[in-house]
Design a protein around this ligand. Sequence first.
Ligand SMILES: CC(C)(COP(=O)(O)OP(=O)(O)OC[C@H]1O[C@@H](n2cnc3c(N)ncnc32)[C@H](O)[C@@H]1OP(=O)(O)O)[C@@H](O)C(=O)NCCC(=O)NCCS
Length: 149
Amino acid sequence: MNIENDLQIRKICSEDIDILLGIENESHPDPWSRKMFEKELKLDYAYFFVGNILSEIVTYIGFWHIMDEAHLTNITVSKNYRRLGIGKKMMEYLTNCSKMLKIKRILLEVRENNLPAISLYKKFDFKKIHIRKKYYSNYENAVIMEKLL
Ligand SMILES: CC(C)(COP(=O)(O)OP(=O)(O)OC[C@H]1O[C@@H](n2cnc3c(N)ncnc32)[C@H](O)[C@@H]1OP(=O)(O)O)[C@@H](O)C(=O)NCCC(=O)NCCS
């Protein structure tokens, strides 16, 4: 498999949601619900993309475009496809979209113990700017990170 050639990224559509729920449930302690995905399809400031290999959805990424900022809402790679560079491709896609939209900074929040995600974000020059204490339902801290463009 060659991620560079084989990963096709496109906008989400409502038919994708069943698949996304399966990936979401195996990937996050507080997975998104169907309603949350449906909301992303309706909001005019929400951007959401899925990545396919052949015809299988293996990843997705979303952000909100607010003023001159992008707020990352979700990035997930299906378990069987991790550590192949797909997360990096999706972050590159986010960066390119943000530049096209003339966004000045990208913000995200991540669980303090989510070391794979934090490592990925650091590779894209995200810096920690704030900690939200006991932010998640299990009282885990949230780390707020930003990348200036
Ligand atoms: C975080 C996530 C998106 C990374 O996706 P991925 O496709 O496996 O990432 P890549 O293969 O592109 O790896 C990119 C970098 O991420 C980091 N990384 C990824 N998995 C890692 C792991 N298990 N341990 C440590 N670092 C890891 C590394 O820095 C890696 O760079 P390297 O390969 O040069 O070492 C994926 O693990 C995932 O979907 N996790 C569950 C959902 C999640 O936590 N999303 C983020 C919520 S804020």
